[in-house]
Design a protein around this ligand. Structure first.
Ligand code: GAR
Length: 210
């Protein structure tokens, strides 16, 4: 089973969806630690409720982004993390973290990338008048929301949508696809070829029983 470390800043509803899929047996992974840069993140309470080590690491106590990321790497490695999951972690990460986990950091973004990267993606979609938005799970590279795309899911944008109503519709899809992407990784079925992620088909049961 793959050892996952989850980085959060807030509510942690995506963290919860991952916990739920692990507990119902559909995700073959273990969350070995949850780290928040924000002490008040509700996701820390969610983790503790499920007896997952939950740490607050305050970015303001470090000299800069690289120093903070070095501390993250040290902690993640102490817990034996193999896959890093960014789940509403509202910090830009540096090559210090990215290079320590090559093609082993995932992020979820509340838009169909490359549309609407960066902050307030749902508001960007509304302001642009997009008719469709959604979410993207991608591997993290050195850019902001630019890494190889693993899974996307689309939702309609309705005429009377607010940022809140659109966000809620997108989150339903986030909670479905993020555990799925992690399971594909855990099964060793994701490979990165240039910009593209290739998803290997599942091994048929008949082939494994030989
Ligand atoms: C999610 O909607 C995620 O897509 C977004 O933050 C939310 C976190 O919700 N991430 C970003 O905007 C990253 N730039 P959660 O804390 O309830 O999982």
């Amino acid at each position: 089973r793959i050892k996952v470390g989850v980085l959060i800043s807030g509510s942690g509803s995506n963290l919860q969806s991952i916990i739920d899929r692990i507990e119902d047996g559909s995700l073959s992974a273990d969350i070995v630690c949850v780290i928040s840069n924000n002490a008040g993140a509700f996701g820390l309470e969610r983790a503790r409720k499920h007896t997952i080590p939950a740490l607050h690491m305050d970015h303001r106590q470090f000299a800069g982004r690289s120093a903070y990321d070095a501390a993250l790497v040290e902690t993640l490695q102490q817990y034996g993390v193999e896959l890093v999951i960014l789940a509403g972690f509202m910090r830009i990460i540096t090559p210090v973290l990215i290079d320590a986990f090559p093609h082993a950091i995932m992020n979820i973004h509340p838009a169909i990338l490359p549309a609407f990267p960066g902050l307030h993606a749902q508001r960007q979609a509304l302001d642009h008048g997009a008719r469709i938005s959604g979410c993207t799970v991608h591997f993290v590279d050195a850019g902001t929301d630019t890494g190889p795309i693993i899974i996307q899911a689309a939702v309609p944008v309705l005429d009377d949508d607010t940022e809140e109503s659109l966000s809620a519709r997108i989150q339903v899809e986030e909670h479905r696809v993020y555990p799925r992407a992690i399971q594909l990784y855990a099964e060793g079925r994701l490979s990165v070829e240039g910009r593209r992620v290739i998803i290997t088909p599942p091994v048929p049961a008949s082939a494994t029983s030989l």
